[in-house]
Structures are given as C-alpha cells and as structure tokens.
Write a protein that binds this ligand. Structure first.
Ligand SMILES: Cc1cc2nc3c(=O)[nH]c(=O)nc-3n(C[C@H](O)[C@H](O)[C@H](O)COP(=O)(O)O)c2cc1C
Length: 177
C-alpha cells in the first residue's frame, strides 16, 4: 500500500514548507501531526517529515505509534542527503523504512524559549569549531553560513531523492497494509 498522506512536525516552518511542496508534487493530503491525530485514521500509511533536534526527528516516535510510516524525512541544517545513517540510528528506524534528509533553514527570530537558547549555544560551539576547521567542504561552508547568518535552503530539487523513491515500485512494496 502506498502512502495516503503526508504528516509533519515543524517548529519554525521549513519542514511545513517541504511538506506542502511534497503535497503539491504528489497530490497527497498534508497534515501537521496535531491535525492528523484528529483527522487522519490511525493505521493510515504516511510519509513522515520532522525537524531535526540533536539528531532526533521530532514527532517520529508518536507518528510511528499511530501510523504505518512508509518513509521518514528529517529536516535539519546539514546538507540534503547527509547524516542518513546517524538519523536512522538515533531514531531507531528499521532498515525496511527509507530515510531521507533535507536541508531546511535557520532563523533566530522564529525560535523561542529553550530552543532559542539551545541554538545560540550550538551556533557558538558548532559554529566556532566549524569556522576553525581547515579544508571545509562546500557543504560545511554552507552550514557555517547558515549558522552565522541564518536563511532558508528550502528548494524543490532537494525533494528529488524522496520523489524518485515515491514513484518507484519499491514505494508500493515496502509499506505495510
Ligand atoms: C535546539 C535545536 C537543535 C537542532 N539540532 C539539529 C541537529 O541535530 N541536526 C540538524 O541538522 N539540525 C538541527 N537543528 C536545525 C533545525 O533542524 C533546522 O533549523 C530545521 O530547518 C528546523 O525546521 P522547522 O523550521 O520545520 O522547525 C537544530 C535546531 C535547534 C533549534
């Protein structure tokens, strides 16, 4: 059974943006996890997108209890397609479920409370370490720029790998009925 809907958890809006683009591209209905809990039948087959915090795909544990998750997508600051094995391991996602990562964005003004504090520590520590790193790759340069200056890296092309999987036969085979 193919996924029937897209369910997401977003804090500052970048994951929501990806979920809406994905919905436009696939024609699937899109729900925030909160909405889905009220409106989408338990057991439905979904694509799940969540923002990354310390490697955890936010909302994934809850979504996995409620729905048949056909694929997981973590939205973070790293390059699209990076950290795949880390995300799988940190979130305990089985090998039968495909994992994707997408580069979202960072806007200090959209962050509140504890997240704002955590991010300002991270921007200082990770940012400093990265700034000092010799021979940075273009991806590392980009992440450093994001940390220091903020901005959005959301673009349709970042969804190519996910869409390719979605339209392949495997997408139909993998998800449980
Ligand atoms: C407290 C905190 C921790 C974060 N940890 C990670 C992380 O471990 N890996 C990562 O790639 N991005 C991390 N980020 C960056 C967010 O995942 C990124 O800004 C994402 O685009 C936010 O998506 P949203 O706008 O849907 O909330 C972190 C951000 C915050 C505020």
């Amino acid at each position: 059974m193919k996924a029937k809907a897209i369910v997401y958890t977003s804090n500052t809006g970048y994951t929501a943006e990806y979920a809406r683009i994905l919905s436009r591209e696939t024609g699937l209905l899109v729900y925030s996890l909160e909405q889905a809990r009220k409106e989408l039948a338990a057991g439905s087959c979904i694509l799940y997108l969540g923002w990354l915090m310390a490697g955890k795909v936010q909302g994934y544990d809850k979504a996995a209890k409620l729905y048949a998750v056909a694929a997981v997508c973590g939205v973070g600051m790293g390059a699209t397609g990076s950290q795949l094995e880390d995300v799988r391991r940190t979130n305990g996602i089985g090998q039968d479920i495909p994992v994707f990562t997408l580069q979202g964005g960072f806007d200090g003004k959209r962050l509140k409370g504890i997240y704002k504090m955590m991010m300002s520590v991270m921007a200082k520590t990770v940012g400093k370490k990265m700034a000092q790193k010799p021979n940075r790759t273009p991806e590392e340069d980009d992440m450093l720029d994001l940390l220091q200056n903020g901005g959005s890296r959301v673009k349709e092309d970042n969804l190519n790998a996910l869409l390719q999987w979605y339209y392949s036969d495997k997408a139909g085979e993998r998800s449980p009925e």
